[in-house]
Design a protein. Structure first.
Length: 118
């Protein structure tokens, strides 16, 4: 079982290890896994925001969280290079529900072409 505090205190290498541990169980491709590993700041922001929203909602949209992240980044971040790829939403939703039991079923997941079991 993973807690958000475990993720937040982990260094980059351990965060990549966590992604490796959970990614194949939720049907992510090698390309999606690499995208997550190279976007750890985005992954962390998404996890935190998903947990915050889950305190007041039973279900939510990963795409909406990403759009809010984009908006907040534009207003708050001095780092103008912060970018979020549109393709990252599905892997973020899948791995967050796999890693964090408190988010199980939080996002609606469609069948993945990479995993025929889910």
């Amino acid at each position: 079982m993973m807690l958000l505090t475990h993720w937040n205190i982990a260094d980059s290498a351990h965060k990549c290890d966590f992604i490796d541990m959970y990614a194949y169980d939720c049907g992510l491709s090698d390309e999606q896994i690499e995208m997550l590993k190279t976007s750890l700041d985005v992954v962390t922001r998404f996890f935190v925001m998903a947990h915050d929203v889950a305190k007041v909602r039973n279900h939510y949209s990963a795409r909406t969280i990403i759009e809010v992240m984009r908006h907040n980044s534009m207003l708050e971040d001095s780092d103008k290079s912060f970018k979020i790829n549109n393709m990252i939403g599905t892997p973020l939703a899948r791995i967050s529900m796999e890693m964090f039991p408190s988010l199980n079923g939080f996002f609606e997941i469609r069948r993945s072409k990479f995993n025929t079991e889910k």
